[in-house]
Structures are given as structure tokens and as C-alpha cells.
Design a protein. Structure first.
Length: 202
């Protein structure tokens, strides 16, 4: 039997983080209107993917707590959870972490840390895709307590967390150095600090 508490909290946390992403996207739109078109498309594409993911997660939550109110089996239905959580999250994380890896390369003039970030992001994405495949195969959330699901989810979440930690530490280190050229280029340090803080929180 699956408890409804973690499912409810996960949906609330997702909406909170989506709100944070919405604020960050708006701040980006306001602060960097002259950014390259490719960078703008990347930011807005990631936001669109997160919007679709939020819609799918909300559908699953409503199916469990709305349509399925009082039906215990509704809490274990997969719905679109196999796609919205591990697959789309893995894809979005890979794109975001790879972008930060490129930015860190520009700051550090070295490919070593950037390559490590991309490898961890790719590993995480593969783990997410495998987790999604295993969830779809099981067809029921109550049947996911297996070694292969635990291993795939561990790789997915562990590699992603490790990549995020490397990104946060590297950004703080390289942006705190005066010879990066960022401050001379007129980059708003408050926006950079906000990005680093929310990235570290995530």
C-alpha cells in the first residue's frame, strides 16, 4: 500500500520549484534582453518542458486525489509519472547542467570540470530514462520496490545531485575570482548570486 503523504508533498514541492523557475525565467527576460538568440531559445525551451512536466504531474495528482478520492488503488496508478518525473526531469537536468558546464568552461578555461559535469549529467539522464522504463513496465507504483528500480533511481538522483554540487561550487569559486572578467563586462552580480543560491538550493 502506498501512503498519500509523500505524493502530496512531492506535488506541492514541484509547484514551489516551478514557481522559482518562473521567477528566474522572468528575471532572465528582464536582465538579459540582448543575449544570443540560441541562449534565449534554450532558456525558454527548458521552461516550456518544465511547464509540460508540471501539467502532467498535476494531472497525476488530480487523478489520485480528485477523481480517485477514497480509492486506495488510485494512489498507485502510474498515469504519466513514468514520463513526467524520471524521463523529462532527466532531460531537463541534462540540458541545464550541460549549459552550466559550458559556462564553467568559459570561466575556467579548462575542460576538466566541464567534462566531469557533462559525464555526470549524461549518467543521470540514462538513470532517469531507465527508471522511467522500469516504472512503465511495472504499471503500478506499489511494484517499484525492486533492486533494478532502486539502482536506476539511485544513479539518476545521485549523479544529478553530484553534478549540481560541482556546478554550485565551481560557479561560486570562479565568479568570486576577480580575474574572470565578468564584473568588468558589467554582469549584474546580484542576479548571479541569486542564480547560484537557487541552484545550490535545488
Amino acid at each position: 500500500m502506498c501512503s498519500s503523504g509523500p505524493l502530496l508533498l512531492a506535488n506541492l514541492l514541484h509547484w514551489g520549484l516551478f514557481g522559482t523557475l518562473s521567477v528566474q525565467s522572468y528575471l532572465y527576460y528582464q536582465a538579459f534582453p540582448k543575449d544570443k538568440l540560441s541562449t534565449k531559445w534554450l532558456v525558454y525551451s527548458v521552461y516550456a518542458l518544465e511547464l509540460v512536466e508540471t501539467i502532467l504531474i498535476t494531472y497525476g495528482a488530480f487523478a489520485a486525489f480528485g477523481y480517485g478520492f477514497g480509492d486506495i488503488s488510485a494512489l498507485t496508478n502510474v498515469n504519466f509519472d513514468w514520463l513526467s518525473i524520471p524521463v523529462m526531469s532527466g532531460l531537463v537536468a541534462f540540458v541545464g547542467q550541460s549549459f552550466y558546464a559550458y559556462r564553467i568552461h568559459l570561466l575556467s578555461k579548462s575542460w576538466i570540470i566541464s567534462a566531469l559535469i557533462v559525464i555526470m549529467a549524461l549518467t543521470s539522464s540514462v538513470g532517469g530514462f531507465l527508471t522511467g522504463a522500469f516504472v512503465l513496465e511495472a504499471g503500478n507504483l506499489a511494484l517499484l520496490n525492486t533492486r533494478k528500480v532502486s539502482a536506476a533511481a539511485g544513479v539518476w538522483c545521485g549523479a544529478s545531485a553530484f553534478s549540481d554540487i560541482i556546478i554550485a561550487v565551481s560557479m561560486i569559486y570562479y565568479l568570486s575570482k576577480r580575474d574572470t572578467g565578468y564584473r568588468n563586462a558589467g554582469l549584474d552580480f546580484q542576479v548571479v548570486r541569486l542564480t547560484i543560491e537557487t541552484g545550490a538550493l535545488t
